[in-house]
Design a protein around this ligand. Sequence first.
Ligand code: FDP
Length: 343
Amino acid sequence: MFMQSQSHTRIITIERHILEEQRIHPEATGVLTSLLYDLALAGKFISSNTTRAGLADILGLTEDVNIQGEQVMKLDRLADETIYRLNDHTGRLAAMASEEHENILPIPDPYPKGKYVLLFDPLDGSSNIDFNTSIGTVFSIYRRKSEAGPGTLEDCLQPGRDLVAAGYMLYSVSTMLVYTSGSGVHGFTLDPNIGEFLLSHADIRIPSKTGYYSVNHGYDRYWSEGVRRFTQHLQGLDGESSGLSLRYIGSMVGDFHRTLLSGGIFYYPADRKDPNKPHGKLRLLYEAAPLAFIAEQAGGYASDGRQNILDIQPESLHQRTPLFIGERELVEKAEEFIRQYDG
Ligand code: FDP
């Protein structure tokens, strides 16, 4: 018999954790568990490349322009392909959709089609790559709606309320994977020596009455009256609060991760800087909905300023939305200001 050592019983690998989560659901077949583990593997692969980014010849722009009209960086493509290739043959997915592609990504023909669809933003915050700042991968898993055969666009256009699981990988000082499958939010830190994600943040809850506000102040001249006054409220300029301190990385996963752990609010409101994009910058399906699910599972809330992000029925794959996310009280305050001043 092995001696039960205190220190070893506290080491929980991501595999053990997702298997234990699976046991809470007796009806579970293990497919979701395996899918989450495949994503963790993709995260390790991307992490090993992002940490070598300054060394390898993979920095710089490719000549292509993605569907959002942004230049695609080489690491984006690598992350995109990694996730697709690690998941196209497993039989767990009916289809995938990536922020880097205009249409859904079918599962190639020799491979069986599964019961889930996977949506992902392979490398969020990519304008930060050249500056060695946090970047991340965001993923969302839905149960397919169609009965069988190849997955359809409708399988991917589901409201966040129907998410089965969502999470992100953060490539920063250390690499973290944070996910929820509907029973709390759990964070794992990659131990680069053994190549495994270990549970470091069990059952994360967004703290209240602390934290920072996080927004790109460079655009405040383009904001609505409601957003401007809400921001002044956060700064304490209306005399109703003592004022929060500001933090903004400009990498959504990094800004959200800090908000999740420290409290406060991150927002990317609608603005008037680009008349073609009146709905804000962030994508509902690839960015806002998965983070909204995580926020809600951690006791927080996410809104587009008027309604719960999780209740929005997406109409297209690349739909954009304003996003206010973090402590429930602060997000509700934003809604209050927008109702009052923006009609
Ligand atoms: P990026 O363009 O660098 O990929 O949605 C993408 C995103 O980054 C988010 O990660 C980030 O929060 C936001 O855009 C930053 O946009 P601004 O530069 O307009 O603040």
